[in-house]
Structures are given as structure tokens and as C-alpha cells.
Ligand binder design. Structure first.
Ligand SMILES: [Mg+2]
Length: 703
């Protein structure tokens, strides 16, 4: 089947279904007002600089390669009035050979040296250079699908072969007006009139797109609506506003591929053909996901397939080749477990294909909620979104590691001990100044490790904006970004998932909820979310969840400190990176806040009559607390404690009467004065006045 046949039948069906999908799936698409009986009936496109690259852009590249003074071609194109070689050539008054001779002479006179203009014309008309922009191909299809007429109004010329230069699929246009065939060229008003006449529309019923101001001006003088084209994508956005419907496929969170991040398209197209079968053929479209991740992520459309490609970034700071393989492996393993993951298609570890290892997966369209406060939703909808997120996390943590073939996906056991030590080491390597709360956490965390931990698959970056939701219901379609996944304690994921609750709304890596009235909004509090998790998984409630929150905050603080350190050494230069220093401090203060809360909880939970159960590693260091004979040294001063109170004198009844009184007074103070105002210092920490001493502290000191 030829490309043209394929395009005409299948593409219409595909674009049609995408349009339907778009209006169904993306709320933004619903905002479009359809013009219906609007004023426009036709869209007229210039060719060079609108549908295919501009001759001036091609010239600049060619001049650089051939050491010709920059701007020579551009100047020659506009110098010499109506009868300059370029104009005569475009009006079809000259053959290619005659043009090259005259144009070559003109350029040589300008530069005082020989200019090989024939190689410029070859490059300009080369099929690789003169390839229609894929965004334009798509836009034209959409315009025609809505019943609008399309035309190309080109200033073009005859090639040496005798054909005119028109590297376009003619089927895209109702009318084609070529200057070399008509003997007239823009900005002559006659050629616009000719085009309108053939289209059968009035000037005011048409929109004209061109990259040159003089051509735009001439069209506007005739009453044609105009769009000046700088960058094709931006021009299409403007055109969308006039036509009233979307012209580009809405792939949220993507942008055109940045020059430094281009991947070899021909090589990738060949790979895709081999992978998907030689029947799959058509234009290859690439877009880049803008979300900051260490692996580069691309949207790939090849024929009717919509895929996502993840590749190792250039450079070797992170062992990311490894994470590409791991991501592929985990998603493949989870495919049949009920955890919603994108379907992976292939892993290519051969760097010769596109320069580094990569894998491909199916693109999953849906809704990504970037703001955890879920603006514009009803409280019940928010509640449902949070419940769905919780359910997926439970599902992930419930999978049978052995059955999924993931037993060797991480080191089992001692997850937190290992994590805490690794993070401390990482922090020390990136430390720039002393952060007091960081020092306290470094001391506190190893002493408060959970006594027991489970080993499950851990996502490592589980948060709302790494999930793709069904656009109309609270259902998770896909969990993304498995870069940090491993085997470990599942509560690490739950705590990390709750971190947003404590962050301000403008926290740059993760939008926060600390300003929200959660109950009114229908969003579960972090405590409720933890409880929901335990209930869903049939686990007893987690008493020491503040430990997990403290660890999560500490973890993120170490990451931010790393970014900050790199910003100082010039490896990461954005202003956001420089802000990371302050954010690292904020996170570690938050972590210490959780540690203090955990301390209060332990204190509050001290049994009034029973000896303290040894639940935490703190108590597993008897030498610090107890003397050789098993009683705490300082006890000797006290009256003999009753036998039933055991050897740990932390039970208040074992203390002397004045100390017991003091203990009672302290507990009362905490109950009356500290618990009721717990939120205030946290609010202060994130307020603009955070660097000033909070008055509350002074008041409490007095008490
Ligand atoms: Mg042009």
C-alpha cells in the first residue's frame, strides 16, 4: 500500500478518532468555541517559511558551512527591484540554469569572491530540507476535516528537471497557486485575487499565513485576515483562536524537542519500522515532555502509533543507563499484576541506534493533576481522587514479588537503615553549611528506625502528578516514572505521598497543600490518608508514622541540597536550583518538626503504671541508659523503686516525688499550652516572617 493511499484512508479515520478523543478526554478541548457560521471559509498557506523551512533559514546554514559571509543570499534575494534574478526566476521567466548564472554573479559581486549558488539551490530543494512541518500536516488535516477549504499560494520556481518546486502533498489543498506557473508573484495583489477566485471565497472569508511582512501587508490591504508566521507552532495557536478549534494534537506537558536533545529521526524511524512491522509507515513526530526528570522522555507518533520513549540523558553524572533498564523491567513485570502501568514495547540497549539506551512504551492519554488541591472540583470528587491514589498504592504494595519475578530487584531487609545511612553520606558529600535541623535529624533518625519493616515493591516517587487519571472518573490509568523504584518498606512511599500536605503551594518541586482547609476541600489529612492505607491493606494502624514523615522530609532535603551544591559549582544553573538551598533548609526543618512530634507521641504514650515496652531502637542501646547492674546510674539517689516497675526508670512512678511533680507539671504544660498551638510554629516557618523570632516561642518560654 502506497503512502498516499494509506494517508487518505487511515489518516482521516485516525485524526477523526483523535478529535473525538480530544473532546472527550481533555477538559481544555471543551473550552473551544466552535465557530459554526463564523466568517471564515478558507485558509491560504505560503510555502517557504510556513509549510517547509524558509529559504533564509536554509541559506544561513549553507553560508556557515561554505564560509560565505553571513546574509549574502538574503541580501541578494531582496536587492535589485522587480527584475532581480530571484523575482524573474519566481515568475517563471528564467530557467534554473540562467538563474544560477545571474544569481551567482550577483552574489559574487556582493562578496568579491565566487559564490557556489548551485549548491545552495540543491540544498534548498533537497527532499530532506524541503520537508513539510508535521505540525502543519496535522493542522491542514484538521482544517479540512471541519469543512474549510485550503490553498497554497507559493512564490516558487522551476527546477532544472522542468518540474516546479512544490515538495507538498497536493491532496492537502483545494487550490494550488504557483508563481512560476502564473507569471505573477507575491506581493502582487493579482496573485492573491487569483487564489481567492479559485477558492470561490471573499477576502474577508479567508485567512492567509506567510512569513514575510510585505506579503502579509499586501494580503491585509485586500481585506484578507492574516497571520504572520515566525514559528509554525505559535502561528497555529493564533490560527486556532480565529478558527475556533484545536489544530494540534494536545499532548499535555510536552513541547517541541530542544535542539540539544534531538534524536536521529531516520534511525529511530527505521527501528520503529522493524519493531512494529513494515506495514507501519508514515510521518514520525517527536515531542519532548517538559517535566524535569533525569531520563529524557519523548512523545513519539509514528503512523497510527502513539508511544513514549525514555532514554538516558547525555553525560554520565547518574548511572541512568541502569535506570532505563530497571524502569523497563519493573513495568514489564507489573503488567499482569493489576497495577496500572504503561505497556512497554521494547528495550534497546544498543547505543548505536539513537546514541544511548532507550525503551519504548505505549502512550497513555488522560488527566494529570499537577496541583494536589485539585482546583475546580467538588469535595466528593477530590475525596475520590485521593482514595483512588491510595488504592493503587495499596495494590502496588500487595503484589507478590516472587511471582512477579522481582526477587532480585532490590536488597531485601534493613531498608530504612540502609536508606538513612546512604542519605547521610550523600548529604555529607554535598554539605555547604551547617543546617542545625539536619544535624539533629542525622542523629535522631538512626535511633528511631522502625523495629519491623516489610519488603514490597516501592515506587520511590509516588505522588499525584506521577499518575494519569481517567478524564471522567476517579480511576488511575497509569503510574509513571519508575526511575527510583526498588524493593523496600512500603511505608516510605505512603509518607512521601503525604509530603505535599505539609508544603506551601508555591514549593517548586512539589506543589503543597499546607494552606488548604483540607476538611472543607474533601481532601483527607495526612493522618487520615495513612489510616486509609492501613485499612485498605488490612494492616494495624501505624503509630510512629511521624518517623516516616521525618525520613521523607530528610530524604527530599538531601536531594535539594545536592541540587543546591551543583548550582554553586555551575552544574545546574537555573535560579530554581539556587533556591534549592533555602528549600533544603525548609525540608530539614519540617523533618525535625516531625521528629519532635514523634518525641511527643512517645512521651504521651508512656504507660502510667507499666514499664515502657521496648519498641524502638533507642531502647536497644542499654549502655546509654543503664549501668552494668541493670539500673540507671542516676537511680541510686532515689528511693528504692518498686520491683513491679521494672528496670527502666523512665516510668514516672519510679521517680522521686519532686521529680514526679515536675513531670506532672510538664505534661500539663504540654497539654494546655503546646498541643493547642502546635500548628502555629509550622505556619510561621512557611510565612514571610519566618526569619523573625516567633512571638509564640517567647510567650511559651515565660510560661
Ligand atoms: Mg515564505
Amino acid at each position: 500500500m502506497g503512502i498516499r493511499n494509506f494517508r487518505s484512508s487511515n489518516f482521516r479515520r485516525i485524526w477523526g478518532s483523535i478529535l473525538v478523543n480530544l473532546t472527550q478526554r481533555f477538559p481544555v478541548a471543551l473550552r473551544w468555541k466552535h465557530s459554526g457560521g463564523g466568517p471564515y471559509k478558507a485558509v491560504i498557506f505560503d510555502m517557504g517559511g510556513v509549510l517547509v523551512p524558509s529559504p533564509l533559514v536554509v541559506a544561513a546554514e549553507w553560508e556557515a558551512q561554505n564560509h560565505i559571509p553571513s546574509g549574502t543570499i538574503g541580501k541578494a534575494l531582496i536587492t535589485g527591484g522587480e527584475n532581480r534574478p530571484w523575482m524573474k526566476y519566481m515568475r517563471g521567466e528564467m530557467t534554473a540554469a540562467a538563474f544560477l548564472q545571474e544569481f551567482g554573479r550577483q552574489c559574487s559581486e556582493m562578496t568579491d569572491s565566487a559564490v557556489p549558488v548551485d549548491s545552495f539551490l540543491s540544498l534548498l530543494t533537497n527532499e530532506k530540507t524541503a520537508k513539510q512541518f508535521s505540525v502543519m500536516t496535522e493542522a491542514i488535516r484538521r482544517i479540512r476535516a471541519k469543512g474549510f477549504k485550503t490553498a497554497v499560494l507559493s512564490n516558487n520556481f522551476y527546477l532544472p528537471s522542468g518540474d516546479s518546486f512544490l515538495p507538498l502533498d497536493r491532496k492537502q489543498f483545494d487550490v494550488i497557486v504557483e508563481s512560476c506557473r502564473e507569471g505573477i508573484c507575491k506581493p502582487d495583489p493579482l496573485i492573491y485575487k487569483l487564489c481567492l477566485e479559485r477558492l470561490g471565497v471573499e477576502p474577508a472569508e479567508s485567512i492567509f499565513l506567510d512569513d514575510l511582512g510585505q506579503n502579509i501587508k499586501a494580503a491585509a490591504q485586500l481585506g484578507i485576515h492574516t497571520v504572520k508566521v515566525g514559528d509554525p507552532e505559535t502561528a497555529l495557536k493564533e490560527l486556532e483562536t480565529y478558527l475556533g478549534f484545536p489544530l494540534q494534537e494536545n499532548i499535555p506537558n510536552t513541547c517541541s524537542v530542544k535542539k540539544a536533545m534531538e534524536i536521529p529521526r531516520d534511525s529511530l524511524a527505521q527501528y520503529l519500522k522493524n519493531l512494529l512491522g513494515s506495514q507501519t509507515t508514515g510521518p514520525l513526530e517527536l515531542r519532548q515532555f517538559s517535566q524535569g526528570q533525569s531520563n529524557l522522555t519523548y512523545y513519539v507518533r509514528f503512523a497510527d502509533r502513539r508511544l513514549v520513549l525514555r532514554k538516558k540523558p547525555p553525560g554520565k553524572r547518574l548511572p541512568s543507563a541502569h535506570t532505563v533498564v530497571r524502569e523497563y523491567r519493573i513495568m514489564k513485570a507489573l503488567a499482569d499484576t493489576g497495577v496500572p502501568v504503561p505497556k512497554v514495547l521494547a528495550l534497546c540497549e544498543d547505543s548505536s541506534v539513537i546514541g544511548s539506551p532507550f525503551y519504548l512504551m505505549e502512550y497513555c492519554s488522560g488527566q494529570i493533576y499537577k496541583d494536589p488541591s485539585l482546583p475546580g472540583m467538588e469535595p466528593s470528587q477530590r475525596q475520590a481522587i485521593y482514595a483512588a491514589m491510595n488504592k493503587v498504592l495499596c495494590k502496588l504494595h500487595s503484589i507478590d514479588i516472587k511471582a512477579a519475578g522481582l526477587e532480585d530487584y532490590g536488597k531485601p531487609g534493613d531498608y530504612f537503615q540502609h536508606q538513612v545511612q546512604t542519605r547521610i553520606k550523600q548529604y555529607r558529600a554535598t554539605e555547604t553549611h551547617t543546617i542545625p535541623s539536619m544535624e539533629r535529624l542525622i542523629e535522631w533518625l538512626p535511633l528511631h528506625l522502625p523495629r519491623t519493616e516489610k519488603a514490597t515493591v516501592v515506587h520511590g516517587d509516588f505522588r499525584l502528578n506521577n499518575l494519569i487519571f481517567h478524564p471522567e472518573k476517579a480511576e488511575v490509568l497509569c503510574v509513571l516514572d519508575w526511575e527510583l523504584s526498588t524493593l523496600g518498606d512500603p511505608l516510605a512511599d505512603v509518607a512521601y505521598n503525604c509530603l505535599a500536605h505539609y508544603l506551601p503551594p508555591n514549593f517548586h518541586i512539589l506543589k503543597g497543600l499546607s494552606d488548604c482547609d483540607l476538611t472543607q476541600q474533601g481532601i483527607p489529612t495526612a493522618e487520615e490518608y495513612f489510616r486509609m492505607y492501613c485499612l485498605n491493606r488490612g494492616l494495624p494502624p501505624v503509630e510512629n508514622w511521624n518517623f516516616y514523615m521525618a525520613f521523607s522530609s530528610f530524604h527530599v532535603a538531601t536531594i535539594l541540597q545536592d541540587v543546591y551544591k551543583r548550582s554553586l559549582t555551575g552544574q545546574a544553573s537555573s535560579s530554581a536550583a539556587e533556591q534549592s538551598g533555602k528549600k533544603a533548609e525548609f525540608m530539614s526543618n519540617l523533618g525535625w518538626d516531625f521528629a519532635v512530634k514523634e518525641g511527643f507521641r512517645l512521651f504521651r504514650d508512656l504507660p502510667a503504671t507499666k514499664p515502657l515496652a521496648r519498641s524502638y531502637c533507642t531502647w536497644a542501646r542499654p549502655n546509654l541508659l543503664l549501668s552494668a547492674n541493670g539500673t540507671r546510674r542516676s537511680c541510686a539517689k532515689f528511693s528504692e523503686p518498686p520491683e513491679t516497675h521494672g528496670i527502666l526508670v523512665i516510668s514516672p512512678e519510679t521517680l522521686s516525688t519532686p521529680v514526679q511533680k515536675l513531670d506532672h507539671k510538664l505534661k500539663q504544660l504540654v497539654e494546655d499550652c503546646i498541643y493547642p498551638v502546635e500548628q502555629e510554629p509550622r505556619n510561621h516557618q512557611i510565612s514571610e516572617r519566618r526569619w523573625a523570632l516567633p512571638s509564640l516561642m517567647e510567650e511559651l518560654k515565660v510560661k
